[in-house]
Ligand binder design. Structure first.
Ligand code: ZN
Length: 365
């Protein structure tokens, strides 16, 4: 394996070497004879194997065995300064150029065991079901496209309306009156033809309306308005399929998101104290909510915040660059509180009818 040095700078300070990868922190290493500085200089010159480095350091006057160099590299790896050279790209120069910043982002998280491309490949292979391409959903679609998701199925039943233009930036004036799902899909095809996209112009009015959509998907993201149970149906579809469900929305001055990792976190149904009774009768909140008419106060900055938060959480699930932040938590950001995130754990319900449907239940905590 060839080892590559990440972008960093260093300076000798007496017997120490001060190395900076992230401008917020300097790492001070003891380097009385300059071995570490020589190793960094060699790595910066070109990515190399342990054997090559051992030989190259001889020119600096250091007799270091391959074991010595290996120990030094593991030390640099523990500081996040080196990565596997072979996996810094997907192997296709055009694709690597297209994903230049995605790869660079994963470079921060890459190490000797996980190269940048090991984060990007699962995103390129992923199929995300996006429920709703309105306020948050249209920004979510744009973020997922930029991240290079492999495939998206976009579900919405609405037409593009003039009032959407406060916040839904993937639509154009000429799209007014046309199917949002179709226009959003067309936007994705124009943006990046390598992304497979399917438009589903459908009203989700019953759980069965989701059945055919959850085949061969890796994640469900979005939020359905319309029927007050729609998000519970999406939750159940995700739990049955055993795929993560990332949900977001807005309420007055607040944006929120949460994620459900079936079998590992409580689900949305656990959280509903006033959920529908087993006999099909409905709680009072549902009955009242069905009659509630809210004029949508969502503006562009808020909608993009929702879409961005959902995309980040989807990215965490799909690439594993860091663990999901909202797994089992409702995270709210209120404009009145400067958008500082507040985490509220979803209450688990050991008797949850939906959680029992998760595949691989035996592995749950
Ligand atoms: Zn549950």
């Amino acid at each position: 394996m060839r080892v590559a040095l990440k972008e960093c700078e260093w300076e000798t300070a007496g017997e120490d070497l001060v190395v900076v990868f992230d401008a917020r922190e300097a790492v001070t290493l003891s380097d009385p004879d300059g071995q570490v500085a020589a190793l960094l200089s060699e790595l910066r010159r070109t990515p190399q194997t342990v054997a090559e480095l051992s030989a190259a350091l001889g020119a600096y006057g250091f007799r270091l065995s391959e074991d010595d160099v290996g120990r030094g590299l593991r030390g640099l790896d523990s500081l996040g300064l080196v990565e596997a050279a072979e996996d810094r790209g997907l192997g296709d120069p055009d694709e690597d150029e297209r994903h230049f910043s995605n790869l660079s982002f994963y470079g921060t998280y890459a190490d000797l065991d996980r190269g940048r491309a090991t984060f990007l490949r699962p995103m390129r292979a992923a199929h995300v079901l996006v429920l709703g391409v309105g306020g948050g959903g249209s920004s979510l679609v744009q973020c997922l496209a930029g991240l290079g998701v492999g495939a998206m199925t976009l579900v919405d039943q609405d037409r593009v309306e003039p009032r959407n233009f406060a916040r839904q930036f993937l639509y154009r004036h000429a799209d007014i009156g046309l199917s949002k799902a179709e226009r959003a899909a067309a936007w994705v095809r124009d943006y990046d033809p390598s992304i497979k996209v399917t438009a589903v112009d459908r009203w989700i009015s019953a759980p069965e309306d989701l059945t055919d959509l959850v085949q061969d998907i890796d994640l469900i993201a979005g939020g359905l308005d319309g029927h007050p149970h729609a998000n519970l149906w999406a939750n159940e579809a995700a739990v049955r399929a055993g795929v993560p469900y990332v949900l977001g929305g807005a309420n007055r001055s607040q944006v929120m998101y949460l994620s459900v990792d079936p079998g590992r976190t409580p689900c949305l149904a656990c959280d509903y104290a006033d959920r529908p009774a087993e006999d099909g009768s409905e709680g009072i909140a549902y009955r009242i909510a069905e009659n509630m008419k809210l004029s949508n106060p969502l503006t562009g900055p808020m909608a993009m915040q929702v879409g961005s938060l959902l995309a980040f959480e989807a990215q965490r699930y799909l690439t594993g660059y860091e663990p999901p932040r909202a797994a089992g938590f409702r995270v709210t950001l209120d404009l009145r509180e400067g958008l500082t995130p507040q985490w509220q754990a979803l209450p688990g319900n050991p008797d949850c009818r939906v959680c029992r449907l998760a595949p691989g239940r035996g592995e749950r905590r």
